[in-house]
Design a protein around this ligand. Structure first.
Ligand code: ADP
Ligand code: ZN
Ligand code: ZN
Length: 748
């Protein structure tokens, strides 16, 4: 098609509609004046919306007099690169999500809202030809202006880029007022330009002050495996126990890529992106590093985005959504802790950042490294079947040796606030020998259950099928599923008894108990409640890193990414609940968590000790894990998946529905299933359900789900496509919502 003949502009917007919209160019412009990948403001219904141009066409299915004209251009260049356009197309097909909504959700908020692509802009000044010829003594009565004119003249002669930003003027002691005076006289002129302020929180300047250690043999092998693959697509699984020096391998690979003049994207889990993590990169390299995390303002995020897109930032570090960062010159993608659940987006566009990273690497023809001490079964399966390269670090780096693991049978034991005598004794020994102990509690708050001793009543959320957790300071009941808060009753609402029991252990209660047991030692609690403030987490980590004897109490926030050199003992309060998790990924996740928690112990060469309290010491998973660690358990878990034809041996999609009315979502999915069962079975797909969700009511909505399973990805996707067509056409009861989740992480 000759572009010159195109009359219409194809635009997508963030909308549930699955197709693009045709628009007319604004008066005086041609369709092709709107570049593919640039943003436009378009009228839509009664509103104006930000759209992205995805193409041009000669004919439209809508009559030309019905078409509206684009209101305005928002960009003069294509700010969405071709690879992002095609990534959005791939995602839209794979996740069965509307293309426009997919594409717009890849962009930073500011761009989605139609804001300027320059996060920060400033006036930049330049001397005019008139100013250049101006005699030196002609500004005698305005010495400040004379000085500034001189400054601009020097800049003009000295540099290739002769625009001088206001930040530089200010630094040299010149004011904007003098610059404006020069402009009035025609001696200087200014343009507004984007720039990166030195104190921008999302772009850090590397310091390169760190002296890298000498690699051990395993690390050398891993490094050369990665180095050999630079320049073409491949996926490398770097499996290494905690403390084996995976991060060091990443750093060496990054060094190599930087020396080739390319950029590196590093993805880390949500709770792994600590100042500690970032500092390891800042301390090693002297290049600009763009950071994406949830604590940034929209403007800071945009600055990091453009810095990566321009090629200014050489290393890009971020959590899940950083996987969409455009890069001028990418050379490598690294995904740390690839098994981590935070890589999966759990609402709206339910993508897996790990899988997207692999797709991006393939399109860019560069390698991607997946690192983990506890790789997901899917990834291990791909390594076993040689789809991925596999590099293993079996030993701890430096002088550290792996911790010893003991299962503590707590049946019939007297527990003191959840702690057995053995655990208390071990904590005492650790503290008195000058080291730190960590108690892992899988629940935040004070007690997971408030119950009446006389009639058995317990505090339940009004909006969810869930119990309320008792919190202290403030003394309240919280629902951890919907955020609902309630007063703590002084008497049982059912029988008026005042004998209310606080049952079970939360982090707050364990911290109090440990403070009472060991009053001379600080107890540092780390959970979502105690780390709310911006600095709270950092302050706590600093305190721990001082290395003085202390007790750390926390949830899985403590389990990941931290390197606490003085930590020598880990006590896991209770793991049994995890082993009974009804989700098919439950055992995998529990063993991963155990391994990660255990990995915190003895990272700096004291050996380290891990105590697991359990009522089921003979549980096969615990037994295998204790003797053969995570690696030993893989075959068992994979076998079970194979027997039940579950991922990675099959592919699944989940259609979820919810409604404020009981039964409605289930009825809706039932209808859908009945219509489609025959055709789906013929195409080799199995429908499972619909079933009510495990927690049927959540945040006031009643939930149900339908699983579609197939051993062939292709037939799964055509089945889902068919189901969605039917869903799009069906009459939806008001208030009902449905969504689709491809490769769901949680299926209960
Ligand atoms: P991982 O990412 O696998 O948990 P790290 O890369 O964080 O491991 O390494 C753990 C610790 O060992 C860090 O303090 C790191 O500086 C150190 N380390 C890594 N490689 C070596 C090495 N070859 N020699 C000595 N110390 C090392
Ligand atoms: Zn009662
Ligand atoms: Zn609730």
């Amino acid at each position: 098609m000759s572009a010159g003949l195109s009359k219409f502009v194809q635009v997508v917007i963030a909308s549930p509609v699955r197709h693009h919209f045709d628009y007319l160019p604004a008066e005086g412009l041609k369709a092709t004046d709107y570049l593919v990948g640039s943003r436009v403001e378009v009228p839509f219904g009664r509103r104006n919306m930000t759209g992205i141009v995805i193409g041009h066409c000669q004919t439209s299915s809508i009559a030309a007099d019905k078409l509206k004209a684009i209101r305005q251009k928002l960009d003069s260049t294509a700010i969405v690169s071709e690879d992002l356009l095609s990534l959005a197309e791939w995602m839209s097909n794979y996740y069965h999500h509307p293309y426009g909504d997919t594409l717009l959700s890849l962009l930073p908020n500011q761009l989605r809202k139609g804001g300027s692509v320059d996060a920060y802009s400033q006036y930049c000044w330049k001397i005019t030809p008139h100013g250049l010829g101006w005699p030196d003594d002609a500004l005698q009565r305005a010495p400040k202006q004379a000085e500034l004119l001189n400054f601009l003249r020097t800049a003009e002669r000295a540099e290739t880029d002769t625009l001088t930003g206001e930040a530089i003027l200010k630094e040299a002691g010149h004011s904007r007022a003098s610059a404006l005076e020069l402009a009035k006289k025609g001696l200087a002129s200014s343009v507004e330009q984007g720039y990166y302020p030195a104190d921008c929180q999302s772009i850090l300047r590397g310091q390169a002050q760190d002296k890298p250690p000498t690699l051990n043999a395993e690390q050398i092998e891993a490094c050369s495996l990665i180095a050999d693959r630079l320049g073409s697509f491949d996926t490398v699984l770097l499996e290494g126990i905690t403390g084996s020096g995976k991060t060091e391998v990443y750093l060496r690979a990054i060094d190599k890529v930087l020396s080739l003049g390319q950029q590196v994207l590093v993805l880390v889990p949500e709770i792994g992106l600590t100042p500690q993590t970032i500092n390891r990169f800042v301390d090693r390299f002297d290049v600009p590093i763009a950071i994406f995390h949830s604590g940034l303002t929209d403007r800071e995020r945009l600055a990091a985005w453009t810095a990566a897109s321009d090629g200014v930032a050489r290393i890009i570090i971020g959590t899940r959504s950083a996987v969409f960062t455009p890069m001028a010159n990418a050379g490598l993608i690294i995904i740390d802790e690839e098994h981590d659940g935070s890589y999966k987006q759990q609402d709206s566009l339910r993508y897996s950042a790990r899988d997207i990273a692999i797709i991006r690497a393939r399109t860019k023809n560069i390698p991607v490294v997946l690192g983990s001490a506890t790789p997901s079964l899917e990834t291990l399966f791909n390594a076993q079947t040689k789809k991925y390269q596999h590099s293993v670090l079996k030993n701890r780096a430096g002088s550290a040796s792996p911790p010893s693991i003991e299962l503590l049978d707590i049946r019939r034991q007297v527990l003191h606030e959840g702690l057995s005598d053995n655990a208390i004794a071990a904590i005492g020994e650790t503290l008195f020998s000058g080291q730190q102990a960590m108690v892992f509690v899988n629940r935040r708050g004070f007690a997971p259950l408030l119950m009446c001793h006389d009639c058995g009543w317990h505090a339940q959320c009004d909006h969810c099928d869930a119990r309320l957790t008792l919190h202290n300071r403030p003394h309240e009941l919280h629902c951890h599923h919907c955020g609902h808060r309630a007063k703590v009753p002084t008497a049982c609402p059912r029988c008026q008894s005042s004998r209310l029991l606080q049952v079970g252990q939360g982090t707050q209660r364990s911290a109090e108990a440990l403070t009472a047991l060991f009053p001379r030692f600080p107890v540092i609690r780390i959970d979502r409640d105690s780390t709310q403030g911006k600095q709270a987490m950092g302050e706590r980590v600093d305190l721990i890193n001082r290395g003085e004897p202390a007790i750390l109490v926390g949830t899985q926030m403590l389990a990941k990414g931290h390197h606490f050199p003085a930590l020598n003992l880990v006590v896991v309060l209770d793991i049994d609940q995890g082993l009974y998790n009804p989700d098919f990924r439950g055992p995998e996740k529990t063993v991963q968590l155990l391994t990660q928690v255990a990995g915190r112990a003895g990272r700096a060469g004291h050996g380290g000790r891990v105590l697991i309290q359990t009522h089921m010491p003979e549980h096969p998973l615990l037994q295998i894990w204790q003797t053969e660690s995570y690696q030993g358990i893989i075959e068992t878990l994979l076998n079970e998946r194979s027997l039940r034809t579950l991922p990675p041996y099959a592919h699944i999609a989940l259609i979820r529905a919810d409604s404020p009315k009981p039964e409605q979502a289930l009825r809706f999915l039932n209808q859908l299933a009945q219509q489609q069962t025959n055709t789906l079975n013929q195409s080799g797909c199995q429908l499972i359900g619909p079933l009510a969700a495990f927690m049927e009511k959540r945040a006031g909505r009643h939930r149900a789900q339908l699983m579609i399973k197939s051993e062939q990805r292709k037939s799964l996707h055509s089945a889902v496509k068919q189901l969605i067509q039917s869903l799009d056409q069906s009459k939806k009861p008001s208030g009902l919502r449905w969504s689709i989740d491809i490769d769901p992480q949680d299926v209960i």
